[in-house]
Design a protein around this ligand. Sequence first.
Ligand code: SAM
Length: 210
Amino acid sequence: MSLDVLMSGAAQLGIPLSSAQASQLFRLLDELDDWNQRMNLTAIRERGQQITKHLLDSLAVHSYLHGARVADIGTGAGFPGLPLAVALPQHHFTLLDSTAKKLKFVDHATQALGLHNVQTVHTRAEDYLPKERFDCVVSRAVGPIETFVKWSGHLCVGGGRLLAMKGRYPTEELEHIPNGWKLATVHQLNVPALDEQRHLVELCRSHDRA
Ligand code: SAM
């Protein structure tokens, strides 16, 4: 049943998951359950909700990623970065968080799942000066758009995109986009098996073509 929800949900999102990838995603949830007994990584503990609110919600942004070098800012227990890394093995993901214990879990899960396209960085996003910048920076549940842009704008290459995952259409937040950036578009997302609103805000630099 859970497998059906995941496979059919991913297919609806345009991701034909192999059985190996589905196993990796369930292993991620198993590891999350295991670690959650010792530390508070996520309040979502019911398997059905984990599939929709963690796995499918993360996978729903896959077609809007820009380029192959992706950073996930404030990844927490690895969302959306880890499910995306499973689904998109040709992309490279840098998962960044300011809390070391969460990244300890992400490192463990990366190894347990056998992922070779994930790197973690323990720092505050605003302090991070990567050797190579990212084609796109994505973030879920890390605060208002204004803060996200201030913390992460410098991490994007020229022509790169910032992607903020939101619930309801963030009308007010969109009135406070910092100078130098502008709204490219807001994508309405349909997360399979989830009866809640989801939007993805795509931002580009003011001088780029939206
Ligand atoms: N993105 C994950 C999700 O949706 O499940 C986790 C969201 S959690 C509410 C916010 C995360 O952002 C926390 O793990 C926190 O440690 C991290 N965080 C907060 N401020 C940060 C900063 N300045 N730089 C990097 N990470 C930060």
